[in-house]
Design a protein around this ligand. Structure first.
Ligand SMILES: [Zn+2]
Length: 649
């Protein structure tokens, strides 16, 4: 071994390698990616709804490093943060929904499909349908297990931006129980992923072991048997045996997992309470409770919590369930039963408008708006075991916050006027300023008094009367179904063809509506399918194109390539009685021939902005007169659903 300066060569080599390693680590450290710190926000002079039923006025709220650092009526200074003027605005905790179905087995029939859904759809659902509605924490029930475990990992790592997630994993049920034979009937894969069908104690123990290993937050099982309406189909479901129900609750507790139960009937609720259930989901829907019913004392004593899911009862075949749900919510609330907000929202096809509607139902049941808010914030956080971090606007809590233009504590429908949503201190939604456009005044040709359009399959005719346009800025539209009048609409419009008021009548299902533009808002009143309506939508300087197709000629005449406009939904879908946001775009020119006559047309493509992937409508307008010539849509029903100009009078 050669030796240099008394040190063997191997020693030199070791020293050299050692210093190289130190140098390498040092360089790595110096060049490490700097973690970008969000500097934070200071919301000045804001009204604060705490979440526990109390409120504070003229507060300065400092948000930094994911949490609420300071709340004070004294001036707060921090040069590093962005200041938001909160005067006239209300700040409240993010909404917490304790009963959500992110994936009900409808869109996915295999793990591969579910992976695609997770990568492609989920980020969009959270970005467009959840966070903009102020929903910052959810508990998912029985989504396919591999899907939900993967989603939880991606949310934790930050790969997907979304609400904080609690899960229960698959749902214990009897063989052929719900959701095995209901949601799980869409595919064998979904069935095995969503339900653990148990008929003996070993299966229960094995299931609990599996879920404990998977690290779920709670257990859930179904305790309902008999008739079950799965959409329009009546199915018979089996109820889990009583002894197994008791075992799930007991063994769950021994393993640190509290159990919640899907339940509809009085007798079943009673057995669950006696067995020490943690959470009752849905509730007693087969009768109205009297305040002195013995089950209430039992309930109080058991300490069980309650998640009402009132809005879900609006989809039930038996309309009495909604009535019982509303009645019993108030009785249980007055008795001091701890209640958390849950909606049964199916996020595959619905948005956070459901959570807002659920809150409105709590008020309809007899709670004050502030009491309803407590259910959806403090109480839900307690129910989900996250009350140390969520559910209140307090110093040290996670900065999951909603900043609103109007105060939902005085009128719960103000929950729709969300300006910003913060998720752990980061702004994840900010209300777009409503765009205003330079749309020129437009006049329909005075020689035409009526335009008729016939649906391609011959079932419907639309008669648009513009004879009152020149004199009174009035347009009427009558829809004939199989040649019998079905609905009538009268519009009054401004020069740019945006609506100033709208009267809609559809006697067949007791629909009679009046909407009127009033400053920055549209006020809607009347009845929709027999149910009273009283709503306000913010519109600002935006375009209200209620008679969408007939308003486009003004847009076509403008320099704008694309516009966003608003329209109130009247159909049989979830957008009914809500203000839909649409986008219209000029999509080139085409020659269209109808009734043997050719028209050089401008083609307009329209999408509902929150569901741009789901539907695109096409409209062709005669370049010369501006009149509508033909409509159609993208996809399978393109030919069937289109209308064509059939007569000009
Ligand atoms: Zn549910």
């Amino acid at each position: 071994m050669p030796v240099l300066f008394g040190i063997p060569l191997i020693g030199w080599i070791q020293m050299l390698l050692g210093s190289a390693l130190v140098l390498f680590v040092l360089i790595k450290f110096l060049l490490r990616p700097k973690k970008k710190k969000t500097a934070g926000y200071l919301i000045r002079d804001v009204h604060v709804i705490i979440g526990d039923g109390s409120e504070l006025f003229h507060q300065n709220v400092l948000i930094k490093d994911e949490v609420i650092q300071k709340i004070s009526s004294e001036p707060v200074e921090d040069a590093a943060v962005t200041v938001i003027d909160g005067s006239g605005l209300t700040l409240m905790p993010g909404l917490i929904d304790a009963h959500v179905h992110i994936q009900g087995g409808f869109s996915c029939r295999s793990e591969e499909e579910s992976d695609v859904f997770l990568q492609k759809k989920i980020p969009q659902i959270f970005r467009e349908g959840v966070l903009p509605y102020g929903i910052t924490t959810i508990k998912d029930l029985d989504a396919p297990k591999h899907f939900i475990y993967k989603l939880r990992r991606k949310l934790k790592s930050g790969e997907i931006l979304g609400p904080e997630l609690r899960i229960v994993g698959p749902n214990f049920t009897a063989p052929d129980g719900h959701p095995a034979s209901t949601l799980g009937s869409n595919s064998p894969w979904a069935r095995a992923e969503m339900a653990i069908e148990v008929s003996g104690p070993e299966q229960v123990s094995a299931g609990i072991r599996e879920l404990k290993q998977a690290g779920v937050d709670f257990l859930k099982f179904t305790y309902q048997g008999g008739d079950y309406w799965y959409f329009d189909e009546k199915r018979i479901i089996r109820k889990i045996e009583k002894a197994l129900m008791q075992q799930i609750i007991r063994e769950g507790k021994e393993n640190g997992l509290l159990a919640t139960a899907h339940v509809f009937y009085y007798d079943d609720v009673k057995e669950l309470l006696e067995a020490g259930i943690y959470g009752i989901e849905h509730g007693i829907l087969d009768r109205d409770l009297e305040p002195d019913d013995p089950i209430i004392a039992l309930w109080k004593q058991s300490g069980a919590r309650f998640v009402p899911t009132v809005n879900a009862m609006t989809y039930e075949k038996d309309s009495a369930r909604l009535v019982h749900s509303l009645h019993n919510l108030k009785v249980l609330y007055d008795a001091g039963i701890p209640i958390a907000m849950g909606t049964d929202n199916m996020l595959e096809s619905m948005t956070g408008a459901i959570e807002h509607r659920e809150l409105a139902y709590y008020v309809e049941a007899g709670l004050s708006p502030m009491q309803a808010i407590v259910l959806a914030t403090k109480n839900s956080a307690e129910y989900l075991g996250v009350a140390d971090r969520k559910g209140l606007v307090n110093e040290g809590m996670d900065a999951d916050l909603i900043l609103l233009e109007k105060d939902p504590g005085t009128d719960i429908s103000n929950i729709q006027f969300i300006d910003k949503v913060f998720l752990k201190g980061r702004i994840v939604f900010s209300q777009k300023a409503i765009s205003s456009y330079a749309i020129p005044d437009y006049a329909y040709p005075s020689e035409v008094s009526q335009l008729r359009y016939r649906r391609a399959d011959g079932t419907e005719t639309r008669c648009v009367d513009i004879s009152g346009y020149a004199e009174q800025a009035e347009i009427t539209q009558t829809l004939l179904k199989d040649d019998a009048p079905w609905s009538e609409e009268i519009f009054h419009v401004a020069g740019d063809l945006s609506c100033t008021d709208w009267h809609y009548s559809r006697p067949s299902d007791q629909t009679e509506l009046l909407a009127r533009k009033d400053g920055d808002y549209i006020k809607l009143s009347g009845t929709f399918k027999g149910k009273a309506q009283d709503k306000t939508f913010k519109i600002g300087d935006g375009l209200w194109y209620q008679m969408m197709e007939m308003a486009m000629p003004a847009f076509i005449a403008s320099e704008e390539k694309q516009i966003v406009f608003y329209s109130i939904g009247t159909g049989n879908n979830r957008g009914a009685m809500g203000l839909g946001e649409f986008s219209a775009e000029k999509a080139g020119e085409e020659t269209i021939t109808v009734n043997g006559r050719s028209y050089d047309c401008v083609k307009i493509a329209v999408v509902l902005t929150a569901f741009s992937w789901a539907w695109t409508g096409f409209y062709w307008y005669d370049k010369k007169s501006g009149q509508l010539v033909q409509t159609g849509e993208k996809g399978k029903n393109a030919d069937k659903n289109g209308y064509r100009l059939s007569e000009i009078l």
